[in-house]
Ligand binder design. Structure first.
Ligand code: NAP
Length: 518
């Protein structure tokens, strides 16, 4: 069995004591083990602050962009090898693994291109400057400067490649060294990528560390110039936020957590129309891609009561084709859940929903996976439930995230009741509206917009050429208010702000302009 290592203070090193075992979720066979017990995490933090930060800050945006290009290439060149790891350790189908790996490479390249555009400066202007006095000389300009600490990135199990790469791309471009910690259960792909990145020789000393296993006391060591960027469950996030040092030192914390994302069919959309089929295609994809283990997957499907039966029939027909099993077999279209804990949580979540909604398809019962050993693997069927008209805001579909291929069809009465039920999700990453009525679009966007980080708007003219709502775009913000954690990542240049301090410079215009240009 492979033994995974951490990359700390410029060396690959193994932890002692009890090992965490990584398994193949289709067969339950052990694949690798790892531990961080006894490792010098404080030492790597000190090295990143002392060496990595100054080395990165000495580079211009353009030079940092060159590093990102080499890291993107390393991921792209190893695509086939990484796909195999996604199939083995994360239960990904080939297409799921490509989504993760290509997302990683594309986000690195996007930020590389942004860095090239930002050019040979090290100080970033924040908008236009202003004249402050009667003389044109007295000038004010907001700028961004790299924080002089470390970015600790804690990632979820579902996107070992993309999750790690998107955070790293933004941090390194901002000029802040990274300590990256993947979720342990699916760390095989992240570990391989970390090895490839180190082997490029592109990373300055101390700019990148990799913690393969538990985070130990790392979070408790963060201080005022550091950043904690966390992706995972709301409960872990809440526990981390309560750490005293984070409050005491005002550490910048960004949380990307749970989300009860919704797909909304506008009241104007007729069953069978192009817009209706557009909506159905997105919903079916979002439900089953990565076995529903996407923070952006659709969990709630809202349709006006008179479109309920047409939607139910069409969705059940589409989901009937899903072949659940070991993704090593190419006939399989949906793999297992990633871990035994995930399987237990998803089954319990389905039961919780089914106590208040009718089960239409799937359910919490055990599933034998195609091409998997009998009785093995963390398989669950695609599951569709149907709530009654006028569900209360306390219905579990609005309060409980089931992180698997599970969604609830929810009929609504009119647009105001639709808006209030979507908002009952308590804040989400993304929801998708399908309508060709601009008044409906305005009412819904105004009503649910403040509860979201991103909204996708599907119209007939866009059918067949839109990107599904669950795909996170580096150009646009990722994150959301409330339950979703209140975080913001990506959004092109906006994403750099997390890792930089906004400073108002006030003084001689010529001097300020000189600083910005060099
Ligand atoms: P999780 O159990 O909260 O774990 C997330 C990360 O936190 C893992 O790396 C985990 O490490 C680490 N962690 C756990 N306890 C910790 C502690 N005491 N100190 C420091 N780190 C700690 O979440 P998950 O099961 O991996 O992911 C599923 C959840 O993530 C879902 O709720 C999903 O909605 C959410 N998610 C959100 C987004 C988003 O962008 N909003 C994206 C993906 C997933 P170990 O693995 O070593 O325990």
């Amino acid at each position: 069995m492979a033994s995974l290592q951490s990359y700390l203070s410029g060396a690959w090193t193994s932890g002692a004591g009890k090992q965490n075992v990584l398994v193949n979720p289709s067969t339950e066979e052990p694949l690798a083990e790892t531990s961080t017990e006894g490792l010098d995490l404080a030492g790597t933090l000190a090295q990143a602050r002392a060496k990595g930060g100054p080395a990165l800050r000495a580079l211009t945006f353009e030079q940092r962009a060159e590093i990102l290009k080499r890291l993107a290439k390393a991921v792209g060149d190893a695509r086939e090898e990484l796909i195999a790891l996604g199939i083995a350790n994360a239960g990904n189908t080939r297409s799921d693994a490509k989504f993760d790996i290509d997302g990683a490479a594309a986000t690195l390249m996007f930020y590389a291109e942004l860095g090239t555009k930002l050019g040979t400066t090290r100080i970033l202007a924040d908008g236009e400057g202003v004249q402050l006095g009667r003389s044109a000389r007295l000038f004010g300009q907001h700028v961004f400067l790299p924080r002089q600490g470390v970015a600790l990135h804690i990632n979820a199990f579902n996107f070992p490649a993309w999750g790690m790469a998107e955070k790293l791309a933004v941090s390194l471009l901002a000029g802040v060294p990274v300590i990256s910690k993947p979720a342990t259960a699916t760390a095989l792909m992240a570990h391989q990528i970390a090895q490839l990145w180190v082997a490029t020789g592109a990373l300055p000393e101390g700019a990148f560390s990799f913690v393969c296993g538990g985070a130990g006391n790392l979070v408790s060591l963060l201080t005022g110039q550091d950043v904690l960027a966390f992706t995972g469950s709301g409960s872990t996030a809440a526990m981390l936020r309560r750490q005293e040092n984070l409050a005491l030192h005002g550490v910048h914390v960004n949380v990307e957590a749970d989300s009860l994302n919704a797909a909304l069919l506008g009241p104007d959309v007729e069953a069978g129309s192009d817009t209706f089929n557009f909506f159905l295609g997105d919903v079916a994809k979002e439900l089953t891609q990565k076995t529903g283990q996407k923070c952006t997957a659709v969990r709630r499907i809202f349709v006006q009561a008179d479109r309920l039966s047409a939607t139910r029939d069409a969705l059940m027909e589409r989901l009937a084709d899903v072949r659940v099993g070991n993704p090593a077999d190419e006939k399989v279209t949906m793999g297992p859940l990633a871990t035994a804990q995930q399987l237990a949580d998803v089954r319990a979540g389905i039961d919780r929903l089914a106590a208040k909604a009718k089960l239409l398809l799937g359910g919490s019962k055990a599933v034998e996976g195609l091409s998997a050993p009998i009785g093995k693997g963390y398989f669950v069927a695609p599951t569709l439930l149907e709530a009654q008209l006028d569900t209360g805001a306390d219905h579990p579909a609005h309060t409980h995230e089931v992180f698997g291929p599970v969604a609830t069809l929810i009929p609504y009465r009119d647009t105001p009741s639709l808006v209030s039920r979507v908002a009952a999700g308590g804040g989400g990453l993304v929801s998708a509206l399908y309508t060709d009525d601009r008044d409906v679009a305005r009412e819904v966007v105004m009503g649910i917009g403040p509860y979201h980080g991103r909204l996708t708007l599907g119209t007939q003219k866009l059918a067949g050429q839109a990107i599904p709502p669950g795909t996170v775009m580096p150009q646009l913000l990722h994150g959301g208010p409330g339950r979703a954690g209140g975080g913001e990542e990506l959004g092109a240049q906006r994403g750099l702000a997390l890792y930089m301090q906004r400073v108002a410079l006030q003084g001689d215009r010529a001097l300020i302009e000189h600083l910005l240009a060099h």
